[in-house]
Design a protein around this ligand. Structure first.
Ligand SMILES: Nc1nc2c(ncn2[C@@H]2O[C@H](COP(=O)(O)OP(=O)(O)OP(=O)(O)O)[C@@H](O)[C@H]2O)c(=O)[nH]1
Ligand SMILES: [Mg+2]
Length: 549
């Protein structure tokens, strides 16, 4: 569903005290996005044309009348604070499904050095809440990290390696090739390359020529496309096509797809952790996100059930209530299953079932009360005529008693029998008085016996009505249990399939990478320590967060 947005909205920024802050207005927009989202982050040095690329993505999407984008960048202000920069980079990795690294010139050592954050990722992201050593975590990253795109701006060289024309991807792979040897220099050279290869097995490269003359560069945004280099336009188009067609829906651990609402809680959770001075942890973020989402799913499902049942007109036949309960419970469960995930031990589902049963019991009780009230009112109305005749002394004549037995007191709703019984008991004294005054005294004994028999029959009917109600309630509970089991099984199967897909994707990319490493053979094995890249500040990230296409 398109999301109306006038322009870019900051999602995460630096507050007055320099701390990372989530913008509530952006969260509000995200709350309205129920579809799975694709999240594109563009990171890179200050003033390297990130916004231009992001605008091209947003504009392209509009142009193709795809679901309208939700650009939530530029969110991260450039600053001179390396600590801030590294968190910005970590956030971009954690939040995106496609990560674009934007650099200028060529893929040389300088560009590689700017990406030193990659080799520091293990210190700024944890996978497991407890335990898990660095090496183990390292191999886990690949399962959750975004696909990687290197965008090289103002590329001045020809795409040639040793005289041979190569593709952009081959150019990138060549730049990421490891050197042989284990001395410090080689290790420093290899570390960022090895990290990129390990963490981002899906890689792509796009080179862009300078878009226009140096003099006109300042007004790039206001220049007509005709004023831009056609080669640049073509490169931008190919880049946008790739991002739109090859980006995946953002998923978190377990292959769980992230929609706008979940994305909002994910951002809050990561930023909250960083602000508290801790390292963001994928496990914890998913648990926190699941708690928020499951709570909301529970509320939403309960409200749906209550609204459905609330629309019924009481008093109603028990069968009608039971059928409505079955329908609305099933729908509420479906709603809950759609939104909830990782509901450990079905904690929230159990709460939902209990909540629904409680509400149903309230409705049954309310129905009984309303039914009884209605029956009483009706009986009172029917007997009003009798009272009048009684006062007028009409019953003090032959046949008077027979007038008191009104056949109009038929079966009325669930409480009819009970109401009738109570009513008859209340009227017994009057009826007997009438009977005594009746001139047909010879028949008196017979009438008393008949009346007693009717009372007993009435009591039997009341007991039968209660038994049927209990039986219906038990049937409702059994049906509800079956529905819960059925929907839970479907949900578990779905979550398992997502996890399997995620594992297969990770394994496949890992194997591909290992094969490539083996074929290069002999490159010095990387250490995880000893490499410290040039620490350049002014690193920032732009996020484009768009509906799944
Ligand atoms: N040389 C060159 N300049 C560009 C290119 N794309 C955009 N610019 C210009 O570079 C300046 C910065 O562009 P932006 O797109 O705002 O760059 P940015 O990386 O988003 O900048 P910050 O958000 O401030 O870090 C503007 O004057 C653009 O016109 C490019 O491909 N090459
Ligand atoms: Mg910008």
């Amino acid at each position: 569903m398109p999301v109306a947005m006038e322009g870019p909205v900051c999602l995460v920024g630096n507050g007055a005290n320099g701390e990372l802050e989530v913008n509530p207005a952006a969260l509000e927009i995200l709350r309205g996005v129920a579809q799975p989202v694709v999240v594109v982050a563009i990171v890179g040095l200050y003033r390297t044309g990130k916004s231009y690329l992001m605008n091209s993505l947003a504009g392209k999407q509009r142009g193709e009348s795809c679901p309208s984008p939700l650009p939530v960048g530029p969110g991260l202000e450039p600053g001179g604070d390396t600590k801030n920069d590294v968190w910005i980079f970590a956030l971009a990795v954690l939040l995106s499904s496609t990560l674009v690294y934007n650099s200028k010139g060529t893929i040389d050592q300088f560009a590689m050095d700017q990406l030193h954050f990659v080799s520091e990722l293990t210190e700024h992201i944890k996978v497991k809440a407890q335990g898990g050593d660095n090496v183990e975590e390292d191999t886990e990253f690949v399962r959750f990290f975004p696909s990687f795109v290197w965008a090289v701006r103002d590329f001045t060289l020809e795409l040639r390696i040793e005289g041979q024309l190569v593709t952009e991807d081959q150019y990138l792979e060549h730049a990421l090739a490891l050197r042989k040897g284990i001395n410090k220099k080689v290790m420093e050279f290899n570390l960022p390359r090895q990290c990129i290869r390990n963490f981002f097995p899906t890689r792509k490269c796009f080179v862009f020529v300078q878009p226009t003359s140096r003099q006109e560069m300042g007004q790039l945004d206001s220049l007509p496309t005709s004023a831009l280099d056609p080669q640049f336009l073509d490169q931008t188009r190919r880049f946008c096509d790739y991002v739109f067609h090859c980006s995946h829906v953002k998923t978190v651990k377990g292959g769980i797809p992230v929609n706008g609402k979940r994305f909002g809680s994910l951002v809050q959770s990561y930023v909250g952790t960083i602000r508290s001075g801790q390292v963001p942890c994928l496990d914890n973020a998913v648990t926190a996100m699941a708690a928020i989402e499951n709570e909301a799913a529970l509320r939403e499902a309960m409200a749906h059930y209550a609204a459905g049942m609330g629309a019924l007109r009481l008093p109603a036949e028990l069968a009608e209530l039971s059928a409505a309960h079955g329908t609305h419970e099933g729908d509420a469960l479906r709603l809950f299953m759609q939104r909830s995930f990782k509901d450990e031990e079905q904690e929230f589902q159990k709460q939902l079932v209990a909540g629904i049963m409680e509400r149903y019991a309230d409705i049954l009780a309310e129905n009984e009360a309303v039914s009884e009230q209605t029956c009483r009112a009706l009986l009172e109305e029917l007997s009003a005529a009798m009272q009048q005749r009684l006062s007028a002394g009409l019953y003090s004549q032959p046949g008077g008693y027979q007038l008191t037995n009104n056949p109009a007191l038929g079966h009325l709703w669930s409480q009819a029998e009970e109401a009738l019984e109570q009513f008859l008991a209340g009227k017994k004294a009057e009826a007997e008085a009438v009977l005594k005054a009746d001139n047909l005294l010879t028949e008196a004994e017979k009438h008393v016996e008949k009346q007693k028999a009717e009372m007993l029959e009435q009591q039997r009917k009341v007991a039968e009505e209660k038994r049927l109600q209990t039986e219906q309630l038990l049937k409702d509970q059994e049906r509800s249990h079956q529905e819960n089991v059925k929907q839970l099984e479907a949900k578990v199967a779905e979550e398992l399939a997502s996890a399997r897909q995620e594992a297969e994707r990770a394994l496949e990319s890992k194997l591909k990478e290992q094969e490539a490493m083996l074929s290069e053979r002999g490159a010095g094995s990387s250490g995880q320590s000893g490499w410290a890249g040039a620490r350049t500040s002014g690193f920032c990230a732009h996020l484009l967060h768009c509906n799944s296409v």
